[in-house]
Write a protein that binds this ligand. Structure first.
Ligand code: AHR
Length: 308
């Protein structure tokens, strides 16, 4: 005999999307644009609802954004802090609200490490050391003072503090190397040009090396050097950090001597971490990107591989 069974069809339960609030610090460089694109694309790919806010280089805007993410009760907050210090109160508010925080790209200086779950990004100290090591080799055997000018990134930011420290730590091995001028160009092309112009005016023929904390400032400085009538990469050795496609083209053209890589493509790793957090997994406190150093000899071969 055939028995008939009643089946109840339940309405399909819609999976709730994970909501991520991300506070980006600004849009100051090619690196930053690539970083933002990487985060947006990866969120789409992994079906994470992204609430994105641009802090326009102001800490107060980023703090406001984080407060609004807390009010919206997002599942996870991530942010790239414009400067290192001053985050403790707002991070405490997120912790009290039970919302985990991921720090990306730049570090925060907090006395209580439980205020964030993980920090993912580059090792800026090592980047500064790599720039210093390149210069030590490049200038080996050269006698007399080696006068270096430095274009620093945003004052008080982790990459500025650490790249400067790492670079100085290494170049002190050669007592002939002296940093004659060091100023902040805020990681932008326009300021890089403006400051380099001023540095050249007050002693252009006494500059042997430019250490620029990023590509954008280096490119701005190259314009200033050419307008001053000197040859970038020859009259002035240029070492930069980041490794975007346009800076690589400058290296192929012989105008930048060395680029220390800093990888902005953090999106996939960040979204993976968000998913893992939501699945209840514990993340390592520090996730570091592995990065290379490129010189003019490798520039043409590497150029097609650059992703931004
Ligand atoms: O924090 C990473 C730095 O910020 C990059 O080197 C720079 O280009 C960016 O603005």
């Amino acid at each position: 005999a055939v028995t008939s069974r009643m089946t109840t069809v339940l309405p399909e339960k819609k999976e709730q999307k994970i909501v991520l609030g991300f506070s980006q610090l600004g849009a100051e460089s090619a690196w930053r644009m690539a970083n933002t694109n990487s985060i947006m694309e990866a969120a789409k790919e992994l079906d994470i609802e992204l609430h994105f806010s641009d802090g326009q280089q102001k800490q107060e805007n980023q703090i406001k954004a984080i407060r609004s993410f807390i009010a919206q009760k997002v599942d996870v907050i991530a942010f790239s802090p414009v400067v290192e210090s001053g985050w403790e109160p707002v991070l405490k508010e997120a912790k009290d609200a039970g919302i985990p925080v991921i720090v990306t790209d730049r570090a925060v200086d907090v006395s209580d490490p439980s205020l964030y779950v993980t920090y993912m990004g580059s090792d800026f100290l090592e980047e500064g050391r790599k720039a210093g090591k390149y210069l030590l080799d490049k200038m080996a055997g050269r006698s007399g003072p080696i006068r270096i000018v430095e274009l620093q990134g945003t004052a008080g930011s982790a990459p500025t503090i650490d790249r400067k420290r790492g670079f100085e730590e290494i170049i002190q091995q050669n007592p002939d190397m002296v940093i004659t001028k060091s100023q902040t160009g805020d990681f932008t092309r326009a300021k890089g040009k403006e400051i380099m112009e001023a540095m050249l005016k007050s002693g252009g023929n006494h500059i042997d090396v430019l250490f620029s904390h990023n590509d954008d400032m280096a490119i701005g400085a190259i314009q200033a050097i050419e307008e001053f009538g000197l040859k970038p990469g020859k009259d002035i050795i240029i070492v930069s950090v980041d490794g975007g496609r346009s800076a690589f083209q400058y290296m192929v053209d012989g105008k930048i001597n060395c680029i220390v890589e800093c990888n902005p493509l953090l999106g996939p790793q960040l979204m993976q971490a968000v998913k893992e957090l939501e699945a209840g997994r514990i993340l390592p406190k520090r996730i570091v990107k592995s990065e290379g150093v490129f010189t003019q000899e490798m520039a043409a071969k590497e150029l097609p591989n650059r992703k931004y």
